[in-house]
Design a protein around this ligand. Structure first.
Ligand code: ITT
Length: 198
């Protein structure tokens, strides 16, 4: 089965490809040039659906199945920030490095060297006759120091529950076994198997 990913984030694409080896996975940017998709939803689920619908509507092949991911990190001492604004925390168009630094700066302003935090992933699937969204979460804490360089985004400051190292230091396989994205993608896989059988 061919899946068109409605994402431009290479970290997400790598993780999805690793978990979805049985699918032919292609990023929409290899097929289309539709410019920026405006993510003006109020929740992860709304933004995931906005991205999946935008890509599905632009595809010529209406037999295509589109899968999107909207995700982010929510930090307790920051009242849940950056949440859905994780990709643009430092500024619109910021890179991972700038967003990570902004989060460390905000922890310092809040006088916290660490805080409980969690990642959320909303995965949407859109095909010609159905649309679904499912969620996954990973809980842990963030620290005010960068440790390791694995993963992407906020991984070098996130320590998952049950571990004493950041995702920047832990093997990719560890993240794959516990991540918000993996959990949502696992549910998405069973949804995809029903679509296949239509
Ligand atoms: P697309 O919209 O094209 O998918 P994006 O990076 O803009 O790419 P989001 O709007 O969903 O995607 O923002 C997700 C941000 O949340 C991402 O840029 C990271 O900063 C952070 N994030 C999400 N999942 C993460 C993960 O597994 N590890 C580290 N950071 C993550």
């Amino acid at each position: 089965m061919r899946l068109v990913l409605a994402t431009t984030n290479s970290g997400k694409i790598d993780e999805i490809k690793r978990l979805y080896k049985e699918f032919e996975v292609v990023a929409f940017t290899e097929l289309l040039d539709i410019g920026e998709i405006v993510e003006n939803g109020k929740t992860f689920a709304q933004n995931a659906m906005i991205k999946a619908n935008a890509v599905y509507s632009a595809l010529e092949d209406k037999r295509a199945i589109v899968l999107s991911d909207d995700s982010g990190i929510s930090v307790d001492v920051l009242d849940g920030a950056p949440g859905i604004y994780s990709a643009r925390y430092a500024r619109v168009g910021a890179d991972d490095q700038e967003n990570l630094q902004k989060l460390i700066d905000e922890l310092k302003i809040a006088n916290a060297t660490s805080s409980l935090a969690h990642y959320t992933a909303a995965i949407s699937i859109v095909s010609h006759n159905c649309s679904y969204t499912m969620h996954g979460w990973m809980h842990g804490r963030v620290i005010d120091e960068v440790m390791g360089d694995r993963g992407f985004g906020y991984d070098p400051i996130f320590i998952p529950n049950g571990y004493n190292k950041t995702l920047g230091e832990l093997d990719d396989e560890v993240k794959q076994s516990i991540s918000h994205r993996s959990k949502a993608l696992k549910i998405a896989k069973s949804v995809l198997s029903t679509i296949k059988n239509h």
